[in-house]
Ligand binder design. Structure first.
Ligand code: AMP
Ligand code: MG
Length: 490
């Protein structure tokens, strides 16, 4: 039975109840003329929501927060964060609201959250709004990530509000309805810790354990459980960032307020996928120092985890020295966990059997990446043509790598391990949301033409199956277009 009226919808208030200090009760700003732009029907069904109802006026009123079911308590969440290394003690949901927690038919709790729903007490100088283009961008990228099997927040819908949003020009405004395992972030812990209220910090940690890392409870009472929470978050982030790097994803704004406790990717602002393989790639207009460059992502994640560890110290041990020693040991496991996740993922991309030793796989991967970087090959299509090479047709890869004797020697080493080309096709995508295609789709959608957006969504939500008619979605962007630049907070 799927939910098809507001009365049938139950939105939990666990976060607001357990952590009132981090929850400001708030209401969405009225959207003058809400119009559904895109609805994620498969996700709606997964959540037990009737897509037909969500398309009605009443459904759309829920999706912009104009109506919420009885008993729901929408809140703007408080959090702090290090942004590009600088600490901001009061960030919080300046333009977002947690409507509540939704228990799907699978029993799992998920946050239903709005972005672009108006100013909140955390808005500082911001207008609380979001433009249609950036919300559709989050829709496309998060659904592509999900289809790639990468843990991520999801987009349920994007609704145009009918309100103009002032950026460098006036743009159509929109609200994104987002679904996440939760919106707890490293910054949530920094905020709680900075209040000096240990009881709040403990309630937050207990809530995080219950929702995301229940195994930490089994580690024991008191400090052991909180140390296990830190280890659980670090392990989840190590796996996550390895997945990003394997697929050529640059998050672009890995501030501590944009790193989840659940291990889901969140906040698709200035993110982008690599075209040319160049580990120093930066897309974000404001990342002038390259802090969040492609190759720096594992280090950035580890830096953020150190901030989480600092926030958790008083829960880990009353004795600060012992707490620091335990937390440091936990953080030291991040690098090997990342390497393990990266190497096993790379072995799969290379079509190699599971269980090969790291000592065999790691140098093979490193040498290949060196050849790829030297020729700045197109990342996505290169991996895909490598599967052809496993099947005996090396012309695709030989056509793009510069150092042919180096490549041939490498191919010989790799083929000796008997790679499986068909297995490679199941893990190396044909279609990712390429930058030029995303821009083209968003520009058309902003002008009222949704056809390119839907075509792009079709391609990237089944990324491993090459299909006729989608050849343009598998091609690199036009040569000489200049470096791609993305923007935050739009
Ligand atoms: P982000 O870069 O999207 O992760 O946002 C960082 C912080 O800025 C968060 O606290 C957001 O809520 C806030 N923020 C971003 N854009 C706006 C806006 N237009 N109005 C109010 N707050 C905003
Ligand atoms: Mg954010």
């Amino acid at each position: 039975m799927s939910v098809s009226t507001l009365d049938d919808l139950r939105l939990g208030t666990r976060f607001a109840d357990v952590l009132p200090e981090l929850a400001v009760r708030w209401q969405a700003e009225e959207a003058p003329e809400p119009q559904l732009v895109v609805l994620n029907e498969p996700l709606a069904r997964e959540l037990g929501l009737d897509p037909g109802w969500l398309r009605t006026e009443a459904g759309v009123r829920l999706l912009v927060g104009a109506d919420v079911p009885e008993g729901a308590t929408p809140v703007a969440q408080g959090y702090a964060g290090h942004q590009f290394g600088g600490y901001s003690p009061r960030l919080g949901d300046g333009r977002a609201l947690l409507l509540g927690e939704l228990a799907g038919p699978d029993g799992d709790l998920r946050d239903l959250h709005l972005k672009g729903s108006g100013r909140t007490p955390w808005a500082r100088g911001g207008d609380g709004l979001a433009a249609l283009g950036p919300m559709l961008r989050e829709h496309v990228i998060s659904e592509a990530m999900h289809a790639l099997g990468i843990p991520t927040t999801r987009s349920l819908a994007v609704v145009a509000t009918g309100r103009g949003v002032h950026r460098d020009q006036v743009l159509p405004g929109a609200v994104l309805a987002r679904v996440a395992a939760s919106h707890l972030r490293v910054g949530s812990f920094q905020y709680a810790r900075a209040t000096g209220d240990l009881d709040l910090l403990r309630r937050l940690a207990d809530h995080a354990i219950e929702r995301h890392h229940p195994a930490a409870r089994a580690a024991g009472l008191g400090g052991a459980a909180y140390l296990a929470l830190l280890e659980g978050v670090a392990a989840a982030q190590a796996r996550l960032v390895a997945r990003w790097v394997l697929v050529g994803f640059v998050h672009g704004v890995m501030n501590t307020d944009n790193m989840t406790i659940s291990g889901e990717s969140i906040d698709y602002g200035p993110c982008a996928f690599l075209d040319a393989y160049d580990p120093s790639t930066v897309f974000s207009s404001i990342d002038t120092g390259g802090r969040y460059a492609f190759r720096n992502q594992p280090a950035a994640a580890q830096w953020n985890l150190a901030r989480l560890a600092e926030a958790l110290l008083p829960l880990i041990d009353d004795d600060e020295e012992r707490a620091v020693a335990a937390a440091t040991a936990a953080l030291e496991r991040f690098a090997p966990a990342y390497t393990e996740a990266f190497t096993s993922g790379a072995a799969a991309k290379l079509g190699l059997p599971e269980g090969l030793e790291q000592a065999v796989v790691a140098p093979l991967v490193e040498d290949l990446l060196g050849l790829m970087a030297a020729a700045r090959v197109d990342h996505t299509s290169f991996w895909r043509s490598l599967a052809d090479a496993a099947r005996g047709e090396a012309e695709g890869v030989r056509g793009v790598v510069l150092d042919l004797p180096g490549l041939d020697a490498w191919l010989e080493r790799w083929r000796a391990l008997d790679p499986d080309g068909d297995a490679m096709d199941r893990v190396n995508p044909v279609y990712v949301p390429r930058n030029h295609l995303v821009e083209e789709a968003l520009e058309a959608a902003t002008a009222g033409d949704l056809a390119p957006l839907h075509r792009l969504l079709d391609a990237v939500t089944a990324p491993y199956d090459e299909r006729p008619g989608l050849a343009a979605y598998a091609q690199p962007g036009p040569e000489g277009a200049g470096p791609y630049v993305t923007f935050c907070g739009t």
